[in-house]
Design a protein. Structure first.
Length: 645
């Protein structure tokens, strides 16, 4: 070991700080943002290194602790970060890894580096953005330790004991100077990602301990899924019915591209294909997805023709998407030098991957179809139904379009539109019920705020076919008002969106939250880009009104604030009256404007999807047929925090 001391040490440290200073100056360039997402990204950045060790076959256990002081520990039983002197830089390798940008990766070539999107910026970024950062390394019989503050070394590398194990333990506490919005780690966000990693890497066990929770039954979870992607598909389909005994599992490797997937058809009408490259969720798809789709379509078409299942002279045209209705699939590939493209850098560009996936899926799926004629026939029957529904939906779409042309400006009668036409500055409130809709219409600023009252419950799109969904009056009104059309790919035109803020405003009660979930499910399943581009918001009406003598009104959004206001009023010996709002309808237009609609004073929650698989699981559980998993899900999640979608 050769930790530098004295002036020598300082010299190398200054150089390092210049690199990390760049990260502190423009953190968003390295971790995306400095809000909740960026904060949680710090954990991913550290865990990715442990996963790399697992992929190289040296690590099978990762322990993550959320401490009471807001710091995080990630411990693994990998080889431990090397501590020997770096030949060129003449400082311990661990110091290079922790203080030099992009020095986090492995030095050997044949590992599958995670180097796309925000991943792989290196653990040194986490160091730079932490008020405190420590590394304890078990390696070569010794325990080494090193500590930093905001990326600057405060305790150089030293041996602090003996060990027979190997591994790395990193603890860090995010710097509040950088993360000005929040430094609170959310158990659910962390757990969703760790569960996903455990499904994708069956060799590992991930344990999470949340020390902020006292009850030991709730503070610890452990994920280990020996069945890998097959278990993942089963998990995603827990609250859906499948007519297959178990998911089809396919794996193979062509040209150094290992491909692994599991798929299952269920009785839902949605497509749930989740794809990963080097454990990164490729939300925008790419070559691996197109390879998969081509193989799927080709396989079934060939099989159907060979077995006379779909007659050549049949009236209906079956298209690729019909083969994916009611399909749940997890596809995971490993690519040595991935090229990520697209708006969010989550689209795989490597062309060689397409044929690798296509060949592997085609061969193995054909084999499955031939060996399982009963299941194959059932799947194809479902595909034909999907094609028929798609055709009916096309007619329903035309009807919506024709209706809107006939009604003059083409907008639904219930819509109170805003006067300005610039979508970037316009917003639409989707309001539960006609009476609240009335208040909103009176209270709004009509120049830029449109109001669309929705009567009663909208259809549960999780259980309905696309043509039925498009026949629903409330859904039709929404589609026409928004202007984008509905559905997948070319049917949906984001450029035509008439309001850049779509604000869901429902009562703060059980019915209200049900309607909100129904709307979110609809947007998530059928107008996905609205969610992806952050156009969906939730209005937050207050829960309490506290009226003091002389008509002085205060509002509160939670019990704590209400109690605080009450304490103040009691102290000043004022008389007051507390009422709980049961619905939006109880607010007069002025109150509704002031608390919930005025951009100066309102709070809007933007709906973002952190984790697509987790969102899919949530919607299918909340809206599915089975009562038991739904109840369990709500109970489990409500213990930690309110649902973050
Ligand atoms: C550089 C090289 C090697 C391993 C690591 C870094 C490494 C980093 C982290 C961060 C958290 N856990 C980690 N585990 C390992 C290769 C080690 C070797 O060749 O022996």
């Amino acid at each position: 070991m050769s930790a530098k001391k004295g002036s020598d040490y300082k010299a190398s440290n200054i150089q390092v700080l210049e690199g990390l200073e760049a990260v502190r100056k423009r953190p968003s360039m390295y971790i995306g943002d400095t809000a909740q997402r960026g904060l949680h990204h710090l954990i991913n950045e550290v865990v990715d290194n442990s996963i790399d060790e697992a992929l190289a076959g040296h690590c099978d256990f990762i322990k993550l602790m959320i401490h009471e002081d807001g710091s995080i520990t990630v411990a693994d039983n990998g080889r431990g970060i090397p501590v020997d002197e770096h030949p060129k830089l003449k400082i311990p390798a661990v110091e290079v890894v922790l203080t030099k940008l992009h020095a986090g990766g492995k030095f050997d070539k044949d590992s599958y580096k995670v180097s796309g999107g925000l991943h792989g910026v290196g653990v040194s970024c986490v160091n730079a953005l932490s008020i405190f950062f420590s590394a304890e390394i078990h390696r070569d019989g010794e325990i080494y330790s090193m500590e930093f503050e905001r990326g600057a070394t405060v305790k150089p590398l030293k041996v602090i004991g003996k060990t027979e194990e190997t591994g790395t333990t990193i603890r860090f506490k995010p710097d509040t100077e950088i993360f000005t919005q929040t430094t609170e780690f959310k158990f659910e966000i962390i757990a969703d990602r760790m569960r996903e990693l455990a499904f994708l890497n069956p060799q590992i066990t991930v344990q999470i301990i949340d020390e902020r929770i006292e009850d030991p039954d709730l503070s610890t979870v452990q994920f280990h899924f020996a069945g890998g992607v097959k278990d993942f598909v089963r998990y995603l389909d827990e609250s859906r019915d499948s007519f297959m005994d178990e998911p089809i599992y396919i794996s193979g490797e062509i040209e150094n591209v290992p491909v692994e997937l599991a798929l299952e058809y269920n009785n839902s009408y949605t497509e749930n294909v989740h794809s990963y490259v080097n454990n990164i969720n490729t939300r925008e798809g790419g070559t691996h997805i197109s390879g998969f789709r081509r193989a799927l379509t080709r396989c079934f078409k060939t099989y159907a023709e060979k077995n006379n299942i779909i007659k050549a002279n049949s009236k209906i045209q079956i298209s690729g998407e019909d083969f994916r209705e009611g399909l749940t699939c997890v596809l995971s590939v490993k690519v040595a030098e991935p090229q990520f493209e697209g708006q969010t850098k989550t689209k795989l560009g490597n062309s060689e991957v397409q044929s690798a996936v296509e060949v592997i899926v085609y061969d193995k799926l054909t084999e499955f179809l031939e060996q399982n004629p009963k299941t194959s026939r059932k799947i194809l029957e479902k595909v034909v139904l999907a094609a028929e529904a798609r055709e009916a939906a096309r007619k329903a779409r035309q009807l919506i379009q024709r209706k809107s042309v006939m009604s003059g400006g083409g907008l639904p009668g219930k819509l109170a539109d805003c006067s300005i036409k610039d979508p970037a500055h316009s917003e639409i409130y989707l309001v539960e019920g006609d009476s609240a809709g009335g208040s909103a219409k009176m209270g709004r600023n009509r120049s830029f705020q449109a109001i669309l009252p929705l009567r009663g419950k909208i259809l549960n799109v999780e259980k309905a076919k696309i043509n039925k969904i498009l026949e629903n009056k409330e859904i039709q009104a929404m589609i026409t008002a928004l202007g984008t059309g509905v559905g997948h790919e070319e049917e949906f035109e984001l450029e035509k969106l008439r309001y850049h803020k779509i604000i869901i405003m429902t009562d703060a009660d059980v019915d209200g939250s049900h309607i909100r979930t129904l709307l979110l499910t609809f947007f998530y399943r059928y107008m996905h880009p609205l969610v992806d581009h952050g156009h969906i918001y939730i209005a937050t009406p207050p829960l309490y009104r506290i009226t003091a003598s002389r008509g002085e009104i205060q509002y509160s959004w939670d019990d704590d604030t209400r109690d605080k206001i009450i304490r103040e009023l009691k102290k000043s010996k004022k008389k007051f009256d507390v009422s709980r709002y049961k619905g939006l309808g109880e607010m007069n237009p002025d109150q509704l404007w002031e608390t919930t609609m005025d951009p100066e004073t309102r709070t809007l929650q933007q709906v973002t999807v952190e984790n697509a698989a987790a969102a899919d699981k949530m919607f299918s559980t909340l809206m599915g047929d089975d009562v038991v998993p739904r109840r369990e899900f709500i109970e489990r999640n409500s213990k930690y925090a309110k649902l973050d979608i």
